[in-house]
Design a binder for this molecule. Structure first.
Ligand code: NI
Length: 180
């Protein structure tokens, strides 16, 4: 296992759709996920897509701290191979979002408030969950990475794009912005 360099906005691998994984139980996928986990932990993020370490495969990892879930229960580290999602209802929610591939910046992004998502774990078992709020946001953000989409492209107004440390100076924005 090794932490790898994180691709930043401008790297072509972040702009292209990633390829489906043929066999989630392939040992190479487990090695990839081990490196993704070490990279995410070293960077202090809550999520990471394989494309962010320059591997164009449809694999994401994420975790949701207890203070950011609707029911106060943390969503433990989850690996999703070949993930998909769909909105559960039309409601959108706006919140500041950040990305390890766009370091230092944050901006307001509308996301579906409630979603269903699916994928496979490293044993090839299907995962199917419903999520809301921050949990739903992280999943949408990570799967966007697999489709070559970075969050600034989802912003409806660039007027909220800001450096995190500048925002923290203002009383109105004393919040933690987790990057993914
Ligand atoms: Ni990201």
């Amino acid at each position: 296992m090794a932490a790898r360099e994180i691709a930043r906005m401008g790297a072509q691998v972040l702009n292209e759709p990633a390829l489906a994984v043929e066999d989630p139980t392939d040992g190479e996928v487990a090695l990839l996920v081990a490196d993704m986990l070490e990279t995410m932990r070293a960077a202090g993020g809550v999520g990471l897509a394989a494309t962010q370490i320059r591997v164009p495969k449809r694999v994401v990892i994420f975790e949701v701290p207890a203070q950011r879930t609707a029911d106060g229960v943390a969503m433990p580290l989850t690996t999703l191979v070949n993930p998909t999602w769909e909105p559960l209802g039309p409601e959108l929610e706006e919140a500041y979002e950040a990305c390890l591939s766009v370091p230092g910046l944050t901006g307001v992004v509308p996301r579906y408030r409630r979603i269903g998502y699916r994928g496979y774990d490293l044993a090839g078992r299907p995962i199917a969950r419903e999520a809301e709020g921050f949990h739903a946001r992280v999943v949408q953000h990570e799967i966007d990475h697999l489709d070559g989409m970075l969050y600034p492209l989802r912003m409806t107004s660039l007027s909220t794009l800001a450096f995190v440390d500048e925002l923290r100076r203002t009383a109105a924005a004393e919040r933690e912005v987790e990057a993914a």
